[in-house]
Design a protein around this ligand. Structure first.
Ligand SMILES: Nc1nc2c(c(=O)[nH]1)N[C@H]1C(S)=C(S)[C@@H](COP(=O)(O)OP(=O)(O)OC[C@H]3O[C@@H](n4cnc5c(=O)[nH]c(N)nc54)[C@H](O)[C@@H]3O)O[C@H]1N2
Ligand SMILES: Nc1nc2c(c(=O)[nH]1)N[C@H]1C(S)=C(S)[C@@H](COP(=O)(O)OP(=O)(O)OC[C@H]3O[C@@H](n4cnc5c(=O)[nH]c(N)nc54)[C@H](O)[C@@H]3O)O[C@H]1N2
Ligand code: SF4
Ligand SMILES: [Mo]
Length: 758
């Protein structure tokens, strides 16, 4: 998720000039932090070829966009446990026995073994999981290699974070919009809770918008820090967001608060939508969400009348069993209230015409229809697969000039659960080779026991990483990745915005660490297809893509804070929308053709199981960690030494729980250990489970996985049909039944135990 940037050429031009040599012996570089996925523009200070400081940008539009994880990066990347050389497994899988090998040896063997898997099972037997967020320099090259080789089975964390939202937004209006935070009158946060150290740029945008008078509406079962400063807080039940939004539509339609001209001229299916919405009178919505009808109505009225308003993307509806409806409802609200592609509303930006986008690099057009049809999960949960997005090829070409615009890399993915099943030998065909680049796969999807089984059943696992993660511990090869301080980068905003920014390389990578660009180039060579990645190095690849700007990458990076075109609003007046009808499809023709309900709906929770009386959600990110990473960084670990669940004082009393004691949380999928944190911001009956816990200091290897088996939330995330979204097949992480088990004895606290989680 790239940080939104203001549409303000003046602000960019007025930037304080970047001082290259502020002090004797210090050189500065314009850099983009990618420790997390928001991509702050920052500055590195380099002394004697090493980054000694990461600080905020001098440019007023980026100033203050920095958090503790960015600041600590030079220290974090210099950690003694960093993997600096290629490692080859020598014992059994997961035995923890490694030998150091050369890159040449590693890649030659990987190439041979991948070729044998392909020969025996077909190219679709090769799956890749990357999170573009972290690896960054992947640039679509992974997809490009896979498309040439013939595998459609690419998965990513973006399947449950923004990538799937992009794919679903397209069902309504053919693109994924970005809110114009700078000019908006009202912001609606659906769970999403940016903080000073969690997506800092968004936090800053929200605070400045509020400072100039914009309203804030927050839907959150917990009294989050944004809820505390909101104009309206709707403390809804976890997982009930789609019901809440149906309630908003009911109010907005009944009270005719929508943009009637826009609806009449630019939408299809309004009558059918009204009929569906009438099934959700406020009394029913109040029951489903637990919020008072008058508060629901008040919030809906504020959103519809404060305009232009924005509903910024939220990961919360990316991770629910009603995800598709939840996302579609947001897109429908944006459209019928007249907020699409207007200043202060939701901008539809398209690609920048001067620069070759990553979508072009990916070359989805060359993968045959036969191979596309084999994409795992596309038969049962097709929404973000090739099959689900097929109907957009022509409209996308017509409006955005590209047949396969892959926004947030999430529009042509395989389904993760289906992929793990195939890897475990439980699919329609086997998957026997698995590559993870910058993704701690074992902890980063649902149903961790299945993922481990899947990994143990592979002929070849390759991991490109900084550290010996639980995922790396199960690999055949662990290859050393470089970091954002050690490589250049050109970000195309993941195809979400038309703006480009560059990041200069600040220092040489340590040891033999290299970029994912190098990895894919080496792999193409090892598969006897060097033609797939013809560029000699990353910079010449960028030079090629930037040709239309008349600048080399070096020049671009040195001279440009941000490269973007002047905004054109209401482009649809010229081009129509990139949907099959050319209009905003309130009733989705694409979902209908795929055999799903074309209108948004709310699927109520399965009946309560008395054995699991509580509901859990994963989330509330910790300031010092990005997802499953940084647990080895002492400065960060001191802040959050142990995994902590939050419960309300009422729930603590009801279950006899004491602050700081260790308990187990369990459900049908698995069990984890966590400490108790009693928080009055939590509602009764709800349990917050922190995401991504493992302890790098604990025993490695299968059966241990450095504590991941004990602490990872993925042990509790279900992926049975009841807990998957129907259309996308992504797991429900917001309201999963569970129970808390008190322990007879407490573990002896380790040296680092006892800190406070913010
Ligand atoms: N169970 C469960 N699953 C989830 C979530 C959840 O809450 N629960 N959250 C979801 C969300 S919101 C997201 S965004 C995704 C995130 O998924 P990812 O973005 O894949 O995050 P991680 O899995 O933590 O993996 C990042 C890994 O990349 C490594 N890394 C960092 N930088 C680099 C680099 O430059 N090069 C290389 N080669 N490696 C690097 C880190 O050491 C780390 O191990 O996970 C999703 N999955
Ligand atoms: N420091 C730090 N910052 C990060 C990250 C990190 O790992 N560390 N990860 C980044 C990433 S990839 C992501 S996706 C974001 C995630 O960050 P956010 O979008 O802020 O999501 P969370 O922090 O998981 O939870 C936000 C809120 O959702 C509420 N919530 C839980 N269940 C529901 C529900 O069913 N409905 C509603 N409406 N609300 C609910 C919780 O109470 C919580 O207050 O953070 C980003 N920022
Ligand atoms: S919020 Fe922090 S970790 Fe994320 S990009 Fe910005 S500085 Fe880096
Ligand atoms: Mo995310």
């Amino acid at each position: 998720m790239p940080a939104p940037v203001p549409f303000d050429p003046q602000a960019v031009a007025a930037a304080t000039p970047h001082k290259r040599n502020p002090r004797e012996g210090v050189e500065t570089h314009r850099v983009i932090c990618s420790t997390c996925d928001i991509a702050c523009s920052v500055v590195t200070e380099v002394k004697k070829d090493r980054v000694v400081r990461v600080r905020s940008s001098d440019n007023p539009i980026f100033r203050d966009n920095i958090c503790m994880k960015g600041i600590i990066a030079p220290k974090a990347f210099a950690h003694p446990d960093r993997i600096l050389h290629p490692l080859k497994r020598v014992g059994e899988r997961g035995s923890g026995e490694w030998e150091r090998v050369s890159w040449e040896e590693a890649m030659a063997d990987i190439g041979q073994r991948l070729k044998s898997v392909i020969k025996e099972y077909g190219p679709e037997a090769w799956a890749v999981s990357t999170s573009q967020w972290n690896t960054c320099t992947d640039h679509g090259l992974g997809r490009r290699v896979m498309n040439h080789i013939g595998s459609p089975n690419w998965i990513s964390g973006v399947a449950l974070c923004a990538g799937n939202t992009a794919a679903i937004n397209r069902m309504t209006y053919g693109w994924f919009p970005m809110g114009d935070f700078n000019n908006t009158k009202c912001i609606v946060l659906i769970g999403h809770n940016p903080r000073r150290h969690s997506w800092t740029p968004i936090f800053n945008f929200i605070r400045s918008a509020q400072a100039r008078g914009a309203k804030l509406i927050v839907m959150d079962p917990r009294r989050s820090s944004n809820a505390e400063v909101a104009d309206i807080w709707l403390p809804l039940k976890a997982g009930s967001d789609a019901a809440m939004l149906l309630g908003w539509l009911k109010v907005i339609i009944d009270e005719e608060l929508y943009d009637r001209d826009f609806v009449a001229q630019w939408t299809t299916g309004f009558e059918a939508l009204c009929a569906r919405v009438n099934e959700y009178p406020l009394a029913r919505v109040a029951e489903l969400t637990g919020c008072a009808p008058e508060m629901i109505a008040k919030a809906a009225r504020l959103y519809a009348t404060a305009g232009p308003s924005i509903i910024p993307w939220t990961p919360i509806t990316d991770m629910q069993r009603n995800s598709t409806s939840g996302i579609r409802l947001q897109s429908i609200l944006r459209a019928i209230c007249g907020y699409l592609d207007v200043p202060g509303g939701e901008t539809l930006q398209g690609f920048h015409p001067d620069i070759v986008p990553e979508s072009t690099i990916e070359m989805h057009e060359i993968l045959s229809d036969e191979q596309k049809a084999k994409q795992l999960g596309s038969d049962t949960h097709p929404a973000f697969t090739y099959r689900g997005q097929h109907a957009f090829a022509e409209p996308m070409k017509r409006v955005w000039g590209h047949e396969y615009p892959n926004q947030i890399t999430g529009c042509y993915m395989a389904n993760p659960s289906a992929t793990f099943r195939a890897m475990a030998g439980e699919g329609a065909y086997p998957v026997k080779a698995f590559f993870a680049l910058g993704n701690n796969t074992v902890l980063s999807y649902a149903n961790m026991p299945l993922i481990i089984k899947a990994m143990m059943n592979q002929d070849l696992i390759v991991v490109h990483e900084h550290f010996m993660t639980p995922t790396a511990q199960l690999a055949d090869y662990v290859l050393p990745g470089d970091s954002w301080l050690e490589r250049p980068w050109l970000t195309d905003s993941f195809g979400w915005m038309s703006s480009y920014r560059a990041s200069e390389k600040s220092m040489e990578p340590p040891g033999e660490a290299t970029s994912t660009f190098d990895f894919w180039k080496k792999l193409a060579g090892a598969l006897d297809r060097p033609d797939i990645v013809p560029w000699s190095d990353l910079e010449s690849f960028y030079d090629d893509r930037l040709r239309g700007t008349g600048m080399s990458f070096r020049k671009f990076a040195r001279s440009t804070e941000m490269y973007f075109a002047r905004p054109e609003f209401r482009k649809y007046l010229r081009t129509g929308f990139a949907t099959p009808s050319g209009k905003v499809e309130l009733k989705s023709s694409v979902l209908e053709a795929l055999g799903f309900d074309p209108l948004p709906y709310f699927r109520e929770d399965p009946p309560l199981d008395a054995d699991y009386p509580l509901k859990l959600f994963t989330g509330v990110r910790e300031d010092g960690y990005f997802q499953t990473a940084q647990r080895q960084v002492p400065d960060m670990r001191k802040r959050s030494p142990e995994p902590v669940m939050f419960v309300s004082p009422g729930t603590a009393r009801a279950h006899g729980l004491l602050e700081d004691e260790w308990v187990e949380v369990e459900n049908q999928t698995g069990k984890i250990s966590v400490k108790v944190g009693v928080r009055d911001a939590m509602p009764d009956g709800l349990v917050r489970i922190p995401h991504g816990w493992w302890k790098p200091e604990m025993k490695q290897g299968a059966g241990h996985l450095s504590g991941a088996l004990e602490y990872s939330d993925a042990q509790l995330c279900r992926d049975d049909e009841d807990y998957l979204d129907r259309e996308q097949g992504i797991p429900h992480l917001k309201g999963v039944p569970c129970r808390i088990v008190k322990l007879a004895t407490q573990p002896v606290p380790g040296p680092e135990a006892g800190g406070e989680v913010v």
